[in-house]
Unconditional design. Sequence first.
Length: 61
Amino acid sequence: MQTIKWRFLLLAIFAGILIVATGISLGQGSLAGTLISTGLLIAVFGFGFSMKKKMIKNGEL
C-alpha cells in the first residue's frame, strides 16, 4: 500500500476550494474576487508542480 503524500493532498483540496471560489465570484459578478481566486489558483498549481519536480529530482517520488 502506498503512503499518502499529505502535502499534495492539501494542495489539491486548496486548489478545489479556489476553483469553487472562482465560480462563485464569477456568478456574483465580482471582478476582484475572480482575479484574486484565479491568481491564487495559478500560484497553487505552480507551487505544486515545482514541488513535484524537486521531489522527483531528489528521488522522493
